[in-house]
Design a protein around this ligand. Structure first.
Ligand SMILES: N[C@@H](CCC(=O)N[C@@H](CSC=O)C(=O)NCC(=O)O)C(=O)O
Length: 283
C-alpha cells in the first residue's frame, strides 16, 4: 500500500523523510526512512539500502551515523527500513533484545507463531523497493546497492549473495558472518525457521561456500575492540568468512579497525568510505 510521509527534514541540501505504509509482506504498518539527495531534483539517482542491527528502528542510522554529508555529495538515495514488524501481538516478541521486536534477522519465518508477520527477507527484497519507487516517482534509477551493520550486515551479505544481479555492490560493518555457528543465529534460526540447519540458506559463509558466479568485491569494516568479536562468544566470525571468500576467489577487503567497538561511533567513522564504495559501483 502507498506510503504516507510522517516527517521531513532538510539535511545537506537533500530531504530526509520517514514514511509509514501497510505492509503486505509483514501484515502490519511498517515505517522506513529515505534520504533523497539534492541531485534527485535534476535526474534519477541510485539507491543504497541500509540494514540496521539488533534493537534498531529505522532511526538509529540516520540519527547517529552522520551518513548524509557523503550521501549528498555522492548523489545517493539511502533507504533505511525497520528491523522487524511492529505493533503485532505475539507472545514473547518483546522479551529479549536479540529475538522478536527489533530482531527480524532479515529472514522469512516459517514457524507458525512468527510466519504471519516476520517476513523481513521478502519485505526488504521485494515490497520495500516497490513502495519506495511509488513514493518517489521519477526520482530513482533502477541501480541499487546494499550495506548494513551486525544483524544488518548479515542481512546485506545474504540478500546480495542470494540475489545475483539485484544489487551492484555490498558492504558491511561488523556483520554476523556465520550465524549458524553463533548464539545470535542459533536463537533466530531455531525460533523463526525451526532449526539451525534451516538457517544455512541465510548464512553468508555457507552461501559463499557455494558461490560460483562472477568475481566481485566486498568491503567489510570490523572494529578490533568490538566486544562481540572475541572472548567467550564470538558472534561475528569475520575470519571464517574471509577464509571462504579466499577459497572462492571473491575479493574481500576486510579492514580491522584498531580500537573501534561495535557502536555507531565506529560506523560514523567509516560510513563515507562505504558510500563512496557503493557510488563507484552504481555509476
Ligand atoms: N543491548 C545489547 C546490544 C545491542 C546492540 O549492540 N545493538 C547494536 C547492533 S548489534 C547486532 O545486530 C545496535 O546497533 N544498537 C543500536 C545503537 O544505536 O547503538 C546488549 O546489551 O548486548
Amino acid at each position: 500500500m502507498a506510503a504516507t510521509v510522517k516527517s521531513s527534514v532538510k539535511v545537506f541540501g537533500g530531504l530526509l523523510q520517514r514514511l509509514t505504509h501497510r505492509s503486505s509482506a509483514c501484515a502490519c504498518d511498517m515505517t522506513f526512512a529515505v534520504y533523497m539527495p539534492p541531485q534527485a531534483a535534476a535526474a534519477p539517482v541510485p539507491v543504497v539500502y541500509w540494514l540496521s542491527g539488533l534493537t534498531c528502528t529505522d532511526e538509529n542510522f540516520h540519527q547517529k551515523s552522520g551518513f548524509a554529508r557523503a550521501a549528498s555529495q555522492l548523489g545517493l538515495c539511502v533507504v533505511m527500513p525497520d528491523t522487524s514488524p511492529r505493533g503485532v501481538q505475539i507472545d514473547g516478541a518483546d522479551d529479549s533484545y536479540d529475538f522478536g521486536s527489533g530482531a527480524g534477522f532479515y529472514v522469512d519465518a516459517t514457524q507458525p507463531k512468527w510466519r504471519d508477520h516476520y517476513q523481513m527477507y521478502s519485505y526488504v527484497k521485494a515490497e520495500l523497493p516497490e513502495v519506495v519507487a511509488a513514493a518517489y516517482p521519477g526520482k530513482l534509477s533502477p541501480a541499487a546497492s546494499i550495506c548494513g551493520h551486525s544483524m544488518g550486515g548479515h542481512g546485506a551479505l545474504t540478500l546480495f549473495l542470494k540475489n545475483p544481479g539485484m544489487y551492484r555492490s555490498v558492504s558491511a560493518f561488523a556483520p554476523i558472518c556465520n550465524p549458524t555457528a553463533v548464539p545470535w543465529g542459533d536463537k533466530a534460526f531455531k525460533g523463526y525457521l525451526g532449526s539451525v540447519e534451516a538457517g544455512a540458506a541465510h548464512d553468508a559463509t555457507e552461501l559463499m561456500r557455494q558461490y560460483s558466479g562472477p568475481p566481485f568485491k566486498i568491503l567489510i569494516d570490523q572494529g578490533a575492540a568490538d566486544n562481540f568479536l572475541s572472548g567467550e562468544v564470538n558472534q561475528l566470525r569475520p575470519d571464517t568468512f574471509a577464509a571462504v571468500c579466499n577459497e572462492r576467489g571473491v575479493e574481500l577487503e576486510l579492514r580491522m579497525q584498531e580500537g573501534y567497538d561495535h557502536s555507531y561511533y565506529f560506523i560514523s567513522s567509516f560510513i563515507a568510505d562505504h558510500l563512496a564504495f557503493h557510488a563507484a559501483a552504481l555509476k
